[in-house]
Design a protein around this ligand. Structure first.
Ligand code: ZN
Length: 264
C-alpha cells in the first residue's frame, strides 16, 4: 500500500478509536500454541496461572515451565538447610507440574533472593526465548505496588526487557536466530486486563498448589485456599464466570514508551 493511503487509513483509525490505548489490539492470552511460564520460585506459576496452564494443556497447547531460582531460602524453619529445601521444592514443583500436565520444566537453580544483575539475567532470557521460541511468555508483574521480593521484580523486568530485545539480532548476536515473542501475560498483577474462566480447572489448580507443602503448611493453607477462592470469585464477578484468573496482557509494542500501557 502506498504511504499516503496508509497514512489516511491510520488517521481514520485514530478518528474511530479516540482512545489511543485501543489502537493496538491485545489478543486473548489463551490463543497461542506455545507458552513459557516463568516462575521466580517453584510455586509461583502454579499459584497465579495454574488454571490457565491446565486449560492450555487440555487444549493440546505446549507449555514449558522455567523456574528461575532454587527456592533454597523460602522457609521460616530454623532447622531447615538450603540444600534440602531446594531439592524438596524441586520435587514439589515436579509433582505440581504433573497434575497440570506440564511435561517439561527448566530449572535454572539460581540463588534464591540473590539473582545476578539485571543485564546478565536479561541475556539469559533472550537466550531461552530464542531456544524455546514461545509465542507467549508469562512473567510476574514487576510493577505490583508494594512488591518487595527482589526475585519477582527482577524476573519481571529482565524477562520483559528480553521480550523487546530477543527479535533484535545485534543483542546477543552469538545466539541465533532472533525470536519474536508475540504476547506477554503478567501474573500477580494489580491491573489485570484479561480474565480467564478457570471454573472447570480450579480444583486441579489447587491440587497442584497444595503440592508445595514446604510453602503452605497446614496452618497457612486454609487462609491461602480462602484467599485464592475469593480472589477468583472477585475476578469472575460480572463477567458470566464463576472463578477466574486475571492477567495483565500486553504486546511487545506496549513495553517501550507505552504511555497508555498502564491502562490498556
Ligand atoms: Zn515467588
Amino acid at each position: 500500500m502506498d504511504p499516503e493511503k496508509k497514512s489516511i487509513l491510520w488517521k481514520l483509525k485514530f478518528a474511530l478509536f479516540p482512545k489511543t490505548r485501543e489502537l493496538i489490539e491485545v489478543p486473548p492470552v489463551e490463543g497461542f500454541s506455545k507458552y513459557l511460564v516463568v516462575s521466580p520460585h517453584p510455586d509461583d506459576g502454579d499459584l497465579f496461572a495454574g488454571g490457565l496452564v491446565a486449560k492450555l494443556r487440555d487444549s493440546g497447547k505446549e507449555v514449558v515451565y522455567l523456574i528461575v531460582t532454587d527456592g533454597s531460602r523460602g522457609t521460616l524453619d530454623e532447622g531447615m538447610n538450603g540444600e534440602s529445601l531446594a531439592s524438596l521444592r524441586r520435587r514439589e514443583e515436579e509433582n505440581a507440574a504433573r497434575i497440570l500436565k506440564v511435561e517439561r520444566i527448566i530449572f535454572w537453580d539460581l540463588p534464591d533472593g540473590d539473582l545476578p544483575i539485571r543485564r546478565e539475567l536479561r541475556d539469559r532470557f533472550i537466550e531461552i526465548y530464542r531456544k524455546e521460541k514461545p509465542e507467549c511468555v508469562l512473567l510476574p508483574d514487576p510493577f505490583l505496588p508494594y512488591e518487595f521480593h527482589p526475585d519477582h521484580v527482577l524476573v519481571g523486568l529482565a524477562g520483559g526487557e528480553a521480550v523487546i530485545f530477543s527479535p533484535m539480532p545485534l543483542f546477543l548476536p552469538e545466539v541465533k536466530p532472533p525470536h519474536e515473542v508475540k504476547l506477554v501475560a503478567f501474573y500477580a498483577s494489580h491491573r489485570p486486563n484479561q480474565f480467564l474462566d478457570i471454573s472447570p480447572y480450579y480444583e486441579r489448580k489447587m491440587r497442584a498448589v497444595r503440592e508445595h507443602k514446604s510453602q503452605f503448611s497446614d496452618s497457612v493453607l486454609p487462609l491461602l485456599e480462602a484467599y485464592s477462592y475469593w480472589k477468583s470469585r472477585e475476578w469472575a464477578r460480572g463477567k458470566g464466570m464463576k472463578l477466574a484468573e486475571g492477567f495483565k496482557v500486553l504486546t511487545p509494542t506496549h513495553l517501550h514508551t507505552g504511555i497508555d500501557s498502564w491502562e490498556v
